[in-house]
Design a protein around this ligand. Structure first.
Ligand SMILES: *[C@@H]1O[C@H](CO)[C@@H](O)[C@H](O)[C@H]1NC(C)=O
Ligand SMILES: *[C@@H]1O[C@H](CO)[C@@H](O)[C@H](O)[C@H]1NC(C)=O
Ligand SMILES: *[C@@H]1O[C@H](CO)[C@@H](O)[C@H](O)[C@H]1NC(C)=O
Ligand SMILES: *[C@@H]1O[C@H](CO)[C@@H](O)[C@H](O)[C@H]1NC(C)=O
Ligand SMILES: *[C@@H]1O[C@H](CO)[C@@H](O)[C@H](O)[C@H]1NC(C)=O
Ligand SMILES: *[C@@H]1O[C@H](CO)[C@@H](O)[C@H](O)[C@H]1NC(C)=O
Ligand SMILES: *[C@@H]1O[C@H](CO)[C@@H](O)[C@H](O)[C@H]1NC(C)=O
Ligand SMILES: *[C@@H]1O[C@H](CO)[C@@H](O)[C@H](O)[C@H]1NC(C)=O
Length: 324
């Protein structure tokens, strides 16, 4: 493996890691349970059974326990995942919630499965939340890339129409899930996904999604994509396919990995991962490789010049080639 390949390998690995870690958990601050409490055991039990349900309907709610130890749980898979994919995704997401929210009485997470399909969803609480649209200030995440300024007028028209139509399509569908694509230019396509938990009424689902579209537009108009997740709905759009396109059965698969679009937190109410960290890590790693390659070129030159063996530079090279 030469240096360029090595560099490429590390960078592709970074992208995959970012792509797979898009799941975001949200641990509520409405109360904690203590370790070994009945509530805690009920929570762990119900979360670990969610994955074994037969999710051909893609949606499942359940309760366990009594009175103050009662746990309400809901699991959901996107309309396009098989029973096995659904179970795997719910399994991973339930485990992640238990790790990230070890003692919180309420939490939810939109988790991503390994096939880069639309996410599944897991939520639990000590109160009944089925059918309730919750007041919630979501985290708006947007891509850093900009839409070309000469396309903005056209973009706003196409994007607005697409989102309006999609709110209607998602809120009236049985599983409250819809995706839609629209060409922006000959070479660029807008891909959008909207989803509510199916226990919401059509009007509450529509309210929730419309609110997200407005929140995104206010914050991030002109950016190349964005993502908003809350307890009742999930909204994402990109200039690349990030879900299985259902409208075209003969669409090519598997889809390419997301391009290296970095994500920034533009609004943060305390939930989830800090995306800024990811950006910093990516830049640090790129900087690190630049320095290593400069050092490598420098050492090569130096070795060519003076034919005498220099232990230090040899050590440096050996260290480097250990990675081969
Ligand atoms: C849920 O737990 C919190 C914190 O312990 C408590 O204040 C609240 O009343 C509980 N809700 C229900 C419906 O039991
Ligand atoms: C619950 O526990 C977390 C730590 O896991 C803590 O940060 C938080 O303040 C606690 N919340 C309440 C309401 O006690
Ligand atoms: C929980 O229970 C287990 C066994 O019942 C015990 O070993 C453990 O120490 C307990 N943990 C706490 C924090 O009480
Ligand atoms: C969940 O994943 C674990 C491995 O991490 C596996 O042992 C278990 O059987 C899975 N549960 C279901 C219901 O698929
Ligand atoms: C789930 O249910 C469907 C029909 O309702 C059945 O065909 C399928 O075998 C079931 N899958 C599992 C894993 O039980
Ligand atoms: C699941 O949610 C529905 C409302 O969408 C409710 O009628 C039903 O009782 C819930 N099931 C359980 C087991 O709580
Ligand atoms: C919508 O959600 C609210 C809670 O925010 C609830 O009171 C209301 O009943 C819901 N509306 C419908 C039609 O389900
Ligand atoms: C987008 O453009 C491609 C060709 O560039 C065409 O095949 C496709 O049907 C168009 N899609 C839509 C939704 O208009």
């Amino acid at each position: 493996m030469n240096f360029t390949n090595l560099l490429f390998f590390f960078l592709s690995y970074m992208l995959i890691s970012i792509g797979l870690s898009t799941g975001q958990e949200y641990c509520y601050n409405t109360g904690n349970f203590t370790a070994n409490s009945t509530y805690g055991r009920n929570r762990d039990l119900i979360l670990s059974t969610l994955a074994s349900i037969n999710a051909t309907e893609g949606f499942y709610n359940a309760t366990i326990g009594q009175d103050s130890d009662e746990v309400y749980a809901l699991a959901l898979c996107s309309g396009d995942s098989s029973a096995e994919e659904c179970s795997n995704c719910v399994n991973l997401t339930s485990k992640e919630i238990m790790t990230k929210c070890p003692n919180q009485k309420e939490a939810f997470m939109w988790g991503w499965n390994l096939l880069d399909k639309a996410p599944c969803y897991v939520r639990y609480s000590n109160r009944s939340f089925f059918g309730v649209l919750e007041q919630f200030t979501p985290v708006v995440r947007s891509n850093t890339g900009d839409i070309a300024s000469n396309l903005m007028t056209e973009f706003n028209r196409i994007w607005g129409n697409l989102m309006d139509g999609l709110v209607g399509k998602a809120s009236t569908s049985r599983l409250k899930f819809a995706t839609e694509e629209e060409n922006l230019t000959q070479f660029q396509t807008i891909y959008a996904l909207m989803q509510c938990t199916p226990d919401l009424s059509q009007s509450n689902c529509s309210l929730c999604l419309r609110g997200y579209v407005t929140a995104y537009d206010k914050c991030c108009n002109g950016k190349q994509g964005g993502h908003i997740q809350g307890p009742n709905c999930n909204y994402r759009w990109e200039l690349y396919p990030f879900y299985t396109i259902t409208a075209t059965p003969d669409a090519p698969a598997p889809y390419p990995l997301p391009p290296p679009s970095t994500i920034t937190t533009t609004e943060d109410n305390g939930g989830g991962t800090n995306s800024r960290t990811i950006v910093i890590i990516v830049f640090s790693i790129i900087l690190f490789f630049l320095l290593v390659s400069l050092a490598y070129v420098f050492l090569r030159k130096r070795k060519a010049k003076q034919d005498t063996k220099d232990i230090k530079s040899n050590q440096g090279r050996n260290l480097f080639f250990l990675k081969n």
